[in-house]
Design a binder for this molecule. Structure first.
Ligand SMILES: CNc1ncnc2c1ncn2[C@@H]1O[C@H](COP(=O)(O)O)[C@@H](O)[C@H]1O
Ligand SMILES: [Zn+2]
Length: 348
């Protein structure tokens, strides 16, 4: 049965800024995908990491390979994206920045261009169906694919920035953090920034990325994903912390993802504590709600119970996230208004 706290966190209006499309596919949608492609012999246990289970980060990336086999056509992408948007809305998310890596699949005729178009179509259909959520899209660069692909992806993202009516707002850098070096991607990222794309970069997700983060912070990114190993206590450095603080770069924090992916040893050791205590901009996110079996309400509740934060403090945290979105000013004002209207009703 739901407790009063469960209800509060579900009702709390929320902003989700770090969600990978194919990592966000729910159990129910996965069921449909598995049934559609029985020849692949994929079981649920291969696409999600359940309660109490842990995986190495490397094993997490194997999971994405399996999911990509299941989601490989325009039809799949449309279904998955619509379902993910509806699920976030049902969880009380009022503003969502979804990110995904455009893929090409010869067998199904999928191109990177149609991949993005299909995600945008899903966003359009949800809007038309009056799903109560504002959705924007970040085109993702998979670091494993190297500088040439990165540059191509930036060009594609730039086209959509100009033609998507404000839906495409930025660029994400993600993929296995143990592969490649950010120095090879610097010029692509710089180009993206110069053409007006906002940058949300996975930084210092593992401990071996110190030099890379030092370099990429010079861009600077508009938001940081994870930033798990930036501070000196875990092998980062004062200089990294100083760069992040001076430029006041918000950090996207994904508690369950980091604990299940074992880059953080336990919830109470999560670096949210370090940055939150300093009053640094922090935003709670899910990362991959399907793979890690979570949702944003749960992440808020988890942070509150782990770090002893009041409902008032959690309200503040969700409201402040509006300021860290890549949405234009009028949208931010609309969200602020929504939060103000709901406050009396929800926060007693
Ligand atoms: C767990 N921490 C993580 N660290 C880095 N990259 C991650 C990630 N979780 C997901 N991705 C990135 O998102 C892709 C899946 O969604 P899309 O196919 O793009 O929608 C993964 O292949 C990886 O590149
Ligand atoms: Zn991520």
């Amino acid at each position: 049965m739901d407790t009063e706290a469960d209800l509060f966190y579900r009702q709390l209006p929320k902003v989700e800024l770090h969600a990978h499309l194919n990592g966000s596919v729910s159990f129910e949608t996965m069921e449909t995908l598995i049934k559609r492609k029985p020849h692949l012999n994929i079981e649920h246990s291969m696409t999600a990491i359940r309660r109490g289970q842990r995986r190495t980060l490397d094993e997490c990336f194997q999971v994405f390979k399996v999911i990509h086999q299941l989601v490989d056509s325009e039809e799949d992408i449309l279904m998955v994206a619509k379902a993910v948007i509806q699920e976030f809305a049902a969880d009380g998310v009022k503003y969502l920045e979804l990110r995904s890596t455009p893929r090409e699949v010869t067998e199904t005729g999928l191109t990177k261009q149609t991949y993005i178009e299909t995600v945008l179509e899903a966003i359009r259909q949800c809007k038309q169906e009056e799903v109560d959520i504002d959705v924007r899209f970040l085109v993702a660069v998979d670091r494993r694919h190297g500088p040439v692909v990165a540059m191509e992806t930036v060009k594609l993202a730039e086209d959509f920035l100009l033609s998507s009516d404000g839906v495409v707002v930025g660029l994400d850098l993600s993929g296995d953090p143990t592969v490649g070096h950010g120095k090879d991607l610097f010029s692509a990222l710089e180009k993206a920034k110069n053409c007006g794309l906002k940058l949300a970069l996975h930084l210092s997700e593992v401990s071996t990325q110190r030099d890379e983060s030092e370099l990429l912070l010079n861009l600077p990114p508009d938001r940081i994903g994870h930033g798990t190993f930036l501070h000196p206590e875990v092998g980062g450095s004062e200089s990294l912390v100083e760069k992040v603080c001076k430029q006041n770069i918000p950090i996207e924090m994904c508690l369950t993802s980091n604990v299940k992916g074992q880059t953080v040893p336990s919830y109470d050791k999560h670096h949210f504590q370090y940055w939150y205590k300093r009053g640094h901009p922090c935003v709670l996110c899910t990362d991959d709600k399907g793979v890690f079996c979570t949702d944003l309400s749960q992440e808020y509740q988890l942070a509150a119970s782990t770090f002893g934060l009041t409902q008032e403090a959690m309200w503040m945290l969700s409201q402040q996230a509006i300021g860290y979105t890549f949405a234009p000013e009028p949208i931010k004002q609309r969200l602020e208004k929504k939060w103000a209207e709901l406050k009396q009703e929800i926060l007693q």
